[in-house]
Every structure is written in C-alpha cells, then in structure tokens.
Design a protein around this ligand. Structure first.
Ligand SMILES: Nc1ncnc2c1ncn2[C@@H]1O[C@H](COP(=O)(O)OP(=O)(O)OP(=O)(O)O)[C@@H](O)[C@H]1O
Length: 238
C-alpha cells in the first residue's frame, strides 16, 4: 500500500517551476530518503505532503484518500513533520510537547508527556525545564516527541540530524528506525548525507532540478545506472 502517492504533481511560485510533474509513491511502513543537490525541491515536496503547500497541478493521495478530502488539522495529525531547526516555543519542555494539542484546545496529560519523552530516550524529569536550556540533540528529540503526540501514521523529517554531532545523530537515527519498526510509522526523510541514506533507507527518491529522477532501493545510489544519479553520487560521496 502507498502511504503517499504523487501523480503528475507540479508546484510553481510566480510562474517559476519548483517541482515538475512528479509521479511516484512512498511505501507504507518503509523508510524512504529524499536525496539530491541543494535546491532540487526536496523541502518543497515534503511540505506538499502535509498541506504546508498546495500543488499547482496534479494529484496527491494520502493513505489512499485524495489530499483534498482531508481537513488541514486532519492532514497535520496524519502526517507529522520535524525540521532541522527543531524550533521551540518560549516556555517549558511540557509547553512545547503540549503544543499540538493546545492548538486543538485540548490538554496533554502529564503521563502522556512522560511517555513520549521516554519514547525518544529523554527523562520525564525535564518536563518543567526551560526549552531554551536544551542541548541541540535534546531539542531535536523533544521536537520529534512533539510530532509523535498526534500519533502520525507518516513522519516527515527534514535534515533532522545535520546540525548534531555524530553521537547525537547516531542515536536519533536509531530512534527513527525503532519508531518505524515498532510502530509501523512510515518515514520520509530528507538527508544530505548519502552515508546516512544508505544506512537507514528501504527506498530512495533521487531529486534533481525539481524532478524525480529515480525511485528505488539504495542500490540506485550504490551502483547507479542513471547518468545524473551517478554524477550526483560521485560528488556527494567523494
Ligand atoms: N516561495 C518560494 N519562492 C521562490 N522560490 C522558491 C520558493 N520556495 C522554494 N523556492 C526555490 O525552489 C527551489 C527548491 O527549493 P527547496 O528548498 O525545495 O530545495 P531543497 O532540495 O530542499 O534544497 P536544500 O537541500 O538546499 O534544502 C530552490 O531554488 C528555491 O530557491
């Protein structure tokens, strides 16, 4: 089953084509990485997956339902996103974790906050800590925990480890792989790091210049048969 499918999707801003006729799918329950040079349109594509942007033309289906059938809050509950900057609101770790529910005028039970902190490898004791005092790795974990509060079926990740040191990046990688394996969360993960893509991917999308050049297993990066993919991997793996 496809978690998300794109059919002839294009996205333009003031007549500039940012994405051109993307057709492809993300398989349910798998980790797919999105790789490609800077400016290829990866972040734009990710934002189309949870309604932060709307396609100019084409169809997107999410869990076999047309994108338009979802209300914006439903879409953002089904498809969570975590970003490189892991932005925090002013306040405590609890305030940040509660945000997805606060926005829906609901409250987060403290036990649930503790549960999600533990799920991302943090102690529940940091709940009342000021979010500004967290380390980069802790902040990224809190950001992921906050995304998990809605129990999204699909998790979008944009460069979540690129600002972290190797040890923090390794443990976030393990965490995402665990979430995928234990909770069947579908993961769509933008990374600039091809070694990371090879470690975590079940499937890979290679994007260049607003186009989906190739979709397949990590073998398409390891033994590229497509000329543009080969040029990209030679530069990126050098
Ligand atoms: N709102 C916008 N208006 C004009 N151009 C935009 C807009 N959003 C994105 N772009 C352009 O679209 C292209 C794709 O951007 P996008 O951020 O999706 O690429 P990316 O592959 O994620 O790049 P990176 O790896 O550097 O984050 C870039 O050339 C960018 O400058």
């Amino acid at each position: 089953m496809h978690a998300i499918s794109f059919q002839d999707v294009s996205y333009e801003v003031t007549q500039k084509k940012i994405l051109s006729q993307i057709t492809g799918h993300f398989t349910k329950g798998r980790i797919t990485t999105l790789v490609g040079p800077s400016g290829a349109g990866k972040t734009t594509l990710l934002k189309l997956c949870n309604g932060l942007l709307t396609p100019t033309t084409g169809q997107i289906h999410i869990l076999n339902r047309a994108y338009e059938e979802y209300s914006p809050p439903d879409l953002r509950t089904t498809v969570g996103i975590a970003l490189q900057a892991a932005p925090m609101i002013r306040g405590t770790v609890y305030d940040n974790l509660a945000l997805p529910l606060t926005l829906k005028k609901q409250t987060l039970p403290p036990q649930k906050a503790a549960h999600y902190l533990e799920a991302v490898g943090l102690s529940k004791d940091i709940c009342q800590q000021d979010a500004r005092d967290l380390s980069g790795g802790q902040r990224q974990r809190v950001s992921i925990a906050r995304t998990l509060i809605n129990e999204p079926a699909i998790l979008l990740l944009d460069e979540i480890t690129s600002a972290l040191d190797q040890a923090a990046a390794d443990s976030i990688e393990k965490l995402i792989m665990q979430l995928n394996q234990q909770h069947d969360v579908t993961v769509i993960w933008i990374t600039h790091n091809l070694e990371q893509a090879l470690r975590v991917s079940d499937e890979v999308w290679v994007m260049i210049d607003g186009k989906l050049i190739q979709q397949g297993t990590p073998a398409i990066l390891q033994q590229p048969t497509h000329q543009q993919v080969q040029q990209f991997t030679e530069g990126a793996l050098r």
